[in-house]
Design a protein around this ligand. Structure first.
Ligand code: PLP
Ligand code: COI
Length: 339
């Protein structure tokens, strides 16, 4: 880093760091962990990742505490989820122990890129796995590359912790009813680009997807889960076609700790008329408050923040989650790995 990064003004993007770590699966076994300074990979032209979308990834964060220590949030959960994703699209699962060792190693190697306490920024950790062996018939690869890169990031939505508007569009689905939505598969994101870009061009920060089968229930919100506060309760969709968000899981626990009732169930579009707060939640999004939900096809508008401020329950949950991640509050659930 020739010149110091402007930690307080980082966006959610790629910034080169010193190292990434890699491990190859060949001849039926995972090899040694390799440390690389290269920002590229050398791929066979017939690799399954290039032709048949054998690509899965994860996203987690490391934070610098007031005490200067680095804390990684819930890495064991990401390790479990990438195993599920691998099984979902017939890839070789990365053992949880190897995943954890590589996450800790890549953060340690890039320690100087973990943003300072108080900057609001964090180190985003992006593990990914690709099929690398040649295949022309539609079949899984026999060889895989697991790689982890990191990048210091600021807020996912430019506004930070300020309400943004989202929209419902029935012309697009990101996943099929019994498809790959429950796994973190690259193709799901390709399938979301057209809707996402259309929504952005109309001034919305994200698309609130409906269930792809009946288009009756809420699913998730772009690259994040969705939750709402209804009469003091935390409600969030139960669905086979959404990614089980680790942030959502954490917020549900924190809500219960705060005495808030949690309901994970089908939520109909009609229920939007009866909620008081809503937010998109995820590693990148944290808990991003929603100001208004516009149903593009019906013209219905659900206004949740008339004054441009986040609601009280969303704010309390956001603050609590951040406090645990930063080490400002005791980690009573054992969610944090201190390096
Ligand atoms: N849903 C989708 C489609 C995502 O891409 C993400 C981001 O990882 C999430 C939900 C949130 O999951 P998590 O809280 O584990 O980051
Ligand atoms: C995350 O929150 O980690 C994500 O993966 C969201 C997105 C940037 C794809």
């Amino acid at each position: 880093m020739e010149k110091e990064l402007d930690w307080g003004n980082l966006s959610f993007g790629y910034i080169p760091t010193d190292y990434n770590v890699r491990c190859y699966y060949r001849d039926g076994k995972w090899g040694d962990i390799e440390v690389s300074q290269s920002e590229t990979v050398n791929l066979h032209i017939a690799a399954t990742a290039l032709h048949y979308g054998q690509e899965i990834f994860e996203g987690l964060k490391a934070f610098r505490g007031k005490d200067g220590k680095i804390r990684i949030f819930r890495l064991e959960e990401n390790a479990k989820r990438i195993i599920d994703s691998a099984k979902g699209i017939m890839m070789e699962p990365v053992p949880a122990g190897l995943f954890a060792e590589m996450v800790k190693k890549v953060v340690k190697l890039n320690e100087r890129f973990v943003p300072p306490y108080g900057s609001g920024a964090s180190l985003y950790i992006r593990p990914l796995e690709i099929g690398i062996s040649a295949q022309v018939g539609v079949k899984p690869a026999s060889e895989y590359l697991f790689l982890i890169l990191v990048s210091p990031v600021g807020p996912y939505f430019k506004s930070g912790f300020k309400p943004t508007n989202i929209c419902i569009m029935r012309d697009f689905d990101r996943v099929a009813p019994k498809g790959t939505g429950r796994w973190k598969v690259g193709g799901n994101y390709a399938a979301s680009l057209a809707a996402g870009e259309k929504a952005h061009s109309m001034g919305y920060s994200a698309v609130l997807y409906l269930d792809p089968k009946e288009k009756k229930y809420l699913d998730e919100c772009g690259p994040a889960n969705f939750f709402a506060i209804k009469d003091g309760r935390y409600i969030t969709p139960a669905s086979e076609s959404i990614l089980p968000s680790i942030t959502n899981m954490s917020l549900m626990q924190l809500a219960q700790d705060m005495g808030i009732e949690v309901e994970r169930r089908h939520i109909t579009i009609d229920e939007l008329a009866h909620i008081q707060e809503a937010a998109a939640c995820g590693t990148a999004a944290v808990a991003s408050p929603v100001g208004e939900i516009d149903d593009i096809d019906t013209g219905d508008k659900y206004v949740l923040s008339a004054d441009g401020q986040p609601g009280p329950v969303t704010t309390a949950l956001y603050n609590k989650l951040r406090a645990v991640q930063l080490g400002d509050e005791e980690d009573v659930h054992g969610w944090v790995t201190v390096l």
